[in-house]
Design a protein. Structure first.
Length: 280
């Protein structure tokens, strides 16, 4: 699933287009009804509206509309937003097409069909329509995300730190990739319980989270399945990953073979030497 760096890369790309001119939605086509999470009149509400500034909250994209309200998007596992010339052939995984003036098109492709789009009316609380935004945690690249904030969220928890980092109520936008990477840089085993972390470890983890997300953004995110930005370009972070998807390869710091284990049904990659287990 695209995480904060991937979604932020898409947001930045979209804003490059909408800052050059303010595109108007002239029409569209919903090719898969289950992609739309906000009712059957989705296109009726969007026709005539201008796409203004794109925002991100966690892994969600929100575009402010000229008539008030928002267009919301969640890419989920395989969703892609592509800015194309309308004459470009439609792929077999295209789910929603938004036709723009000047013959442009904003197209939503989604192979696994888990992605969603919403129309949020003016004056309506966004989280009332897009339920995943309710009770979301701090943005990890914002000032509100501090070591003290992270400590408050994890210090009394009997869950593993890996599970906690994947909980969007703890930190917004982190997923499997950057949780593994941050834990490696902080030298914390993924099974370590939140309540057993010292303040020094939490401070180190805080810095590592910011570091790996910033680096991921600099490299355009991670492509290991089919993630692309709005121009169809793949991310390059995976080439420099510390542990993610490197099972059996040598640790870049100590040479130990990278190991993998399952935590809550999700794969976790770690270095047994750099991240020794301290639990029972």
């Amino acid at each position: 699933m695209p995480e904060l760096p991937e979604v932020e890369t898409v947001r930045l790309g979209l804003n490059q287009f909408t800052s050059a001119y303010t595109p108007q939605i002239t029409d569209g086509a919903v090719l898969l009804e289950t992609t739309i999470g906000s009712g059957e009149f989705f296109l009726d509400h969007l026709r005539g509206q201008y796409l203004q500034c794109w925002h991100r909250r966690g892994k969600y994209l929100l575009c402010s509309l000229s008539g008030g309200g928002y267009l919301g998007v969640h890419l989920r596992m395989t969703g892609r937003l592509l800015w194309l010339v309308r004459s470009q052939p439609v792929g077999i995984h295209t789910r929603v097409r938004l036709f723009l003036d000047r013959d442009w098109e904003l197209r939503f492709d989604d192979q696994r069909t888990f992605g969603k789009m919403w129309y949020v009316p003016q004056g309506v609380v966004v989280s009332a329509v897009i339920k995943g935004l309710a009770r979301m945690g701090a943005e990890p690249l914002a000032e509100e995300f501090t070591p003290e904030y992270l400590a408050q969220k994890v210090k009394n928890s009997g869950r593993s730190i890996k599970t906690l980092l994947l909980d969007q109520r703890v930190v917004a936008g982190i997923g499997n990739i950057y949780a593994d990477e941050a834990l490696f840089l902080a030298h914390i085993h993924p099974c370590t319980l939140g309540k057993n972390l010292t303040m020094a470890q939490i401070t180190s983890l805080h810095g590592s989270i910011v570091s790996v997300l910033t680096t991921g953004l600099e490299y355009g995110g991670t492509t290991f399945s089919n993630f692309q930005d709005v121009n169809g370009k793949q991310g390059n972070y995976l080439d420099r990953a510390w542990v993610f998807r490197r099972t059996g390869q040598s640790c870049r710091l100590c040479g130990t073979k990278i190991a993998r284990l399952k935590i809550g049904g999700r794969s976790s990659h770690y270095c047994p030497r750099c991240q020794p287990s301290t639990e029972g």
